[in-house]
Design a protein around this ligand. Sequence first.
Ligand code: ADP
Ligand code: ASP
Ligand code: MG
Length: 599
Amino acid sequence: MALIVQKYGGTSVGSVERIQAVADRVSKTIQIGNSVVVVVSAMGKTTDGLVKLAHDISKNPNRREMDMLLSTGEQVTIALLSMALQEIGQPAISMTGAQVGIVTEAHHSRARILHIETQRLKKHLNAGKVVVVAGFQGISSTEDLEITTLGRGGSDTSAVALAAALKADVCEIYTDVPGILTTDPRIVPEAQLMTEITSDEMLELASLGAKVLHPRAVEIARNYGVPLVVRSSWTDQPGTYVTSPQGRERELVNLELARPVDAIEFDLDQGKVSLLRIPDRPGVAARLFNEIADQDVDVDLIIQSIHEGNSNDIAFTVNMPILNRAEAVASAIAPALRNHVDADEAEVLVEKNTAKVSIAGAGMIGRPGVAAKMFQTLADAGVNIQMISTSEVKVSCVVDAEDCDRSISALCNAFEINSSHTAIVNTSPETPGVRGVALDMNQARLAIRQVADKPGMAAKLFGLLAEKNISIDMIIQSQRCRLVNGEARRDIAFTVAKIDAVNAQEKLTQVAREMGWGEVILDNDIAKVSIVGSGMVGHPGIAAKMFTALAAEKINIQMIATSEIKVSCVVSQNEGVKALQVIHAAFELAGNEKFVVPA
Ligand code: ADP
Ligand code: ASP
Ligand code: MG
């Protein structure tokens, strides 16, 4: 007999008929000999309705009362589903997060789960009942009993956490699409269903805008090795499996606060090529990276950001043995990239001795303090950071090769890791280069002009934002350096969630003033499109293909940032949807069937 945790999202329990259909499915699962814990969301758009009510009363509702309010949505569903089960003769009992004992941090509106008491659940399961648990909620402690919520979309996280705590055989997420698709079928109806995806890939997709799974749910599944599948509530199709590496046994305490970093990695054999002052117009990145791919040069990290005077810098890293070839391509193409704005010619800079050092682990989501700690550790070791790349499972910094050893030992110390290893990426030739495409319209860009170029600057900036729990992504330091009062200065640009943008801008403007840096500029009018796939490594030309697809539509790329398994581009907001569509088509991810997501 298997123990199964099933989670049904808002649309799947959106009406009495749908709740009855869920009861039927649960009862069938029991009849073939399983025990079932069901986690449900609030019905339909109930949570949105509650948020609106609160804002009709207060501009800035008290967070405790907000959790009190929002947690009611799920409570309606658990009672109704239990009744529906009992009505068809299936014994069932509903439980709130507090009744189960889902203990979280005492942070209202975005609490992380610390542990789950399982005795009461097990007692009811052993008595032959289905236990119907309210998703998205918990309590701050068994003494205080303060109701907390986990953040929007958090019922997925409740379900996977329950599966981990109960050591369930599988966690099934039932939703309004047949599984995880190559992109959001509401934007690209020809998106195709995947039979499986790795948890690392799914972590990226979920964090880059694919809301089919809550990223923290994927994080728990990965860390605890919970078998996870996403399926349709309306059909019996098998859905999509999210595969996780065979995990070590982890303790079931501090579930979502498990050690965020489990490895320090490095790559000593890298060089960096930068092109300065290239024109800011569609097609430039495409041209450069196509030429590079034609030479079979495999590029590792790429960054691009726009700077004063409306010209761009692009920089990329490659393995040392092919640095010469990469440089030759860049130099050959540079004169052709004459900048019509200021008639300057692009300039090529090559740095031979660079190294990449990374912290890796699946516990960094929503914890900006982890990256900030890395930057601070490097600053304390006197190491200057040349390039930063962030992903959901890794933060990498390009540093001077000379500083590599020092960086590693400082990082091992700071994150209590015993040994470091060279970055190994294991991809088999069958791994698809691009697994999926995601669009995030809820990001904003902040740029700070003229930040002093010395160790400790990234630590200062991102440490400040981490204090406010603001996560950052796509951090890009300009390659071009200019002298202000005899001090080297660079621009830094990065993306943050729109809801954090004004807050971040205020905080940074204050520091910039104190430090004598330049302006802090906010742009809300952006969209971020990303491709994700663990087969990207060792396949030259994937980034070039993405840039080419955008160029063909005359979509200008404002920013580029990559990690080993993703490439993200910032484009203007009104081009976001088009950008997603053309990229999805370029990688031939579209199928013949069209998905219609039920209303
Ligand atoms: P639930 O209420 O069941 O939790 P959500 O609305 O949170 O459902 O998530 C399902 C939705 O996620 C789908 O309706 C779809 O529009 C969207 N989505 C975005 N990206 C993807 C993707 N790559 N695959 C499947 N669905 C996606
Ligand atoms: N009801 C909550 C929300 O709408 C949680 C969830 O559905 O996952 O965000
Ligand atoms: Mg959801």
